[in-house]
Design a protein around this ligand. Structure first.
Ligand SMILES: [Zn+2]
Length: 201
């Protein structure tokens, strides 16, 4: 028997999420069917709430649901150091260590010629503007050690050569290809402390 249309549509929605294939999407869709009306209501309103209230901080690109960004607006943090990450979720990995006291810049993706993602799609021009306008002293590239992350880090390094900013990258020691979110806090802290100068390489 074919899947009824209502369930097929729900399965299609779940399949849009990362790491969710056919089987899992099906399981989630059938699990949703057993939700109470209140649970369905809560589910819908949390989706709506995200759509209406979550926006990107115009400076760092972090997803926030408040008018002001808690990190950009924190005057106790060093605003001359920028840690550049691919994804907003990477910020949490560094915040968990409690050791990084600078600010962040979230690219929102990595360069990928195959997927047609170029520098202007991932806020690289904005990064340069911010470095110049706010006289940033150090940019720490934490683009993770995937092939696309590596490409992105090298591109930024070249792109910022004509500014006076110091450019460093996290010390190697992070597992190759690992997403930062799976790396433990001590490893992140160590690779941050032992960061390597990149400019001029
Ligand atoms: Zn911000």
């Amino acid at each position: 028997m074919e899947q009824i249309d209502a369930i097929s549509r729900l399965i299609a929605s779940y399949k849009k999420l990362p790491g969710i294939g056919n089987k899992t999407a099906e399981r989630l869709a059938y699990a949703t069917l057993s939700f109470s009306p209140e649970e369905i209501e809560a589910f819908i309103s949390s989706l709506k709430n995200v759509e209406e209230n979550v926006h990107a901080c115009p400076r760092c690109g972090m997803k926030i649901d408040t008018p002001f960004c808690p990190i950009c607006d924190d005057t106790s943090r060093d605003d001359k150091t920028l840690l550049v990450v691919i994804d907003a979720k990477n910020v949490l990995s560094f915040e968990k260590t409690g050791k990084y006291r600078g600010k962040y810049f979230i690219l929102g993706g990595a360069l990928s010629p195959l997927k047609g993602i170029g520098p202007e799609n991932i806020r690289i021009p904005e990064l340069k503007r911010l470095v110049i306008d706010e006289k940033i002293e150090e940019v720490i590239l934490a683009c993770s050690s995937t092939v696309e992350g590596e490409l992105t880090a090298n591109y930024i390094n070249n792109y910022l050569q004509d500014t006076s900013v110091k450019i460093t990258h996290l010390a190697y020691g992070l597992p190759v290809g690992a997403d930062l979110e799976y790396v433990d806090e001590l490893t992140i802290e160590r690779s941050l402390n032992a960061r390597v100068n990149m400019k001029g390489e």
